[in-house]
Design a protein around this ligand. Structure first.
Ligand code: SAM
Length: 347
């Protein structure tokens, strides 16, 4: 929770774990960003991997690589039409650029923030309305389509449990929670179709007040032969394609990359490209048009949005039909009526 003695946030947070929620106009009234995932939306990639292995056996690493290469080609092919050029992806705590690379390949406007790469512009704690207006013109005319965040995990991951008491006492835990809250504020400010926070299994969900996680995976389900149980919270399609290989390297994170130096820390926390491209495959705006539009207009009936897409009304046309009623008047009934009429005309 954000407490009184913490620095005043640069933008309001009504999100989970956040400050006061005014009952007359709660965040739930104007968006559903932080809704719990429905049971059928929660995916354990380990289960998908086991089903695959029962039928086909492990993939060889070469075959898994080939599959990931196909995902890379798929992302790059999307850049050709230029359809993604007006969509922004904000990638927070992205030192390597790995998680956001597929989006860049596909022609999205990707902005990465990591304090190691840029101590001023890369500091997520510097975020606020002024920050985004002054530096980025608030992305005027563009949708912030996705926000990805690989939040620092050393204060949360179970692998560091023996240090929890010291970190709780000296403020390091509170500082780490503040980074998660800053991420949630950014999500609430931009209201992207897709948002995701990734962390190894640990106490981040509880301490930061996140909704229940939506995806669990180990890198070995996505082409990398090691385990590192990772959870992903947020609003996104968790049904990633898989490339399951035998984790012959075991928990590589501990065995081969032990130590607290910055080099080993970075190596331990590098986002695996199999996950990055699998996530892109399941969540990009072209392949997942309904997810994209239903996230953008998340108070509207998603069945109606599906019908509209099915009737050949594309995302831009849907926006033209509903955005005034939806954003300016908060009149969802009028927005849905406009959609119904357009579907009637299109049918
Ligand atoms: C768990 S690592 C994530 C690394 C990521 N998976 C990758 O592939 O680069 C957390 C990252 O958060 C960055 N970080 C820590 N505090 C930050 C801050 N205040 N603003 C921006 N980045 C920060 C660190 O530099 C580190 O790279």
């Amino acid at each position: 929770m954000v407490t009184d003695d913490q620095q005043a946030p640069p933008f309001e947070l009504t999100a989970p774990g956040g400050a006061e929620i005014d009952d007359s106009m709660s965040s739930a009234t104007i968006h559903r960003l932080f809704a719990d995932p429905l049971p059928h939306e929660v995916v354990r990639l380990g289960d998908s991997g086991r089903r695959y292995i029962t039928r086909h056996g492990w993939m060889t690493e070469a075959a898994a690589r080939e599959r990931i290469e196909q995902w890379k080609l798929h992302a790059r092919a999307q850049a050709e039409g230029g359809a993604n050029g007006n969509k922004v992806v904000l990638s927070l705590f992205d030192h390597t650029g790995n998680w956001s690379q597929p989006w860049e390949d596909a022609g999205y406007q990707v902005l990465r923030f990591d304090i190691q790469n840029d101590p001023d512009m890369g500091d997520v704690l510097a975020f606020g309305v002024d920050f985004f207006v002054d530096w980025f013109g608030d992305f005027d005319g563009m949708d912030v389509f996705a926000i990805l965040a690989a939040c620092p995990c050393t204060e949360f991951a179970v692998s560091g449990a023996r240090h929890f008491a010291a970190k709780d006492a000296d403020g390091r835990t509170a500082a780490a929670v503040e980074l998660v809250h800053q991420t949630l504020r950014t999500v609430e400010y931009y209201r992207p179709s897709i948002w995701a926070i990734e962390n190894p299994v640990g106490r981040i969900g509880k301490l930061a007040g996140l909704p229940p996680w939506r995806l669990s995976f180990d890198p070995c389900q996505l082409g990398h032969p090691y385990t590192k149980k990772t959870l992903v919270w947020g609003r996104f399609n968790a049904d990633l394609p898989i490339a399951p290989v035998e984790p012959v390297e075991g928990s590589k994170m501990h065995r081969r990359y032990g130590g607290s130096g910055i080099g080993t820390k970075n190596a331990r926390s590098e986002t695996p490209d199999g996950f990055a491209y699998g996530f892109f495959m399941a969540n990009n705006a072209i392949d997942q048009a309904l997810l994209a539009i239903a996230g953008k207009y998340d108070r509207l009936d998603s069945r109606l949005l599906r019908e509209a897409l099915g009737a050949g009304i594309d995302s831009e046309q849907i926006s033209a039909l509903v955005s005034d009623a939806y954003y300016m008047d908060l009149d969802d009934a009028a927005a849905e009526a406009a959609l119904r009429e357009a579907i009637g005309i299109a049918a």
